[in-house]
Design a binder for this molecule. Sequence first.
Ligand code: AR6
Length: 179
Amino acid sequence: MSAKYKIENSILELAADDITRQDTEAIVNAANKALSPGGGVSGAIHRAAGPKLWEECRTLGGCRTGEAKLSRGYNLKAKYVIHTVGPVYSGSKSDPEDLSECYKNSLLLASRNKIKSVSFPSISTGVFGYPIKEASIVALKTITGFLKEHPEIELVRIVLFTEGDYGIYKASLDKILKD
Ligand code: AR6
């Protein structure tokens, strides 16, 4: 299940799939501040990349909420992993600001490293408890806004783990592009 949209000269794609299998140059990890393997999407990425990923992550000095750090992808198809730490949902004004920073700083890091294609998971909507409909609007507004200013990023794919989550992102994107 997937859908493709043109945003200026770039492609924004939604897919119901497993992020560890993506062939984009980079995949984004919804990490913790220590950049340790953890569970959820992060555990899956570390398992698929192999132990060298955690060896490199240990040298990166951790990651603050909203920040992004780059590593190699090791056994993944993707050459790079961009690690970012989403907000733990609290219902405060800083949640959407911090979540937006995750997407923006991940894409800026990609751009600075000449990475042209990036896959994202739905950051913060698992263990960190961010309601997925609200999170999808923040994610999609940030990504579409970024692509309008940054044609050097050719493809962004948002990879949703369930068809239900895919449907929520698709409805949000159709609404954002209509408004
Ligand atoms: N591919 C795509 N999406 C996935 C996959 C996968 N293989 N596995 C899970 N998801 P979460 P967070 C979805 O909890 O909320 C970790 O322990 C999942 O369904 O991975 O940012 C870290 O170490 C959900 O929609 O990330 C941190 O401590 C989304 O990915 C903490 O969890 C994000 O869920 C980060 O929590």
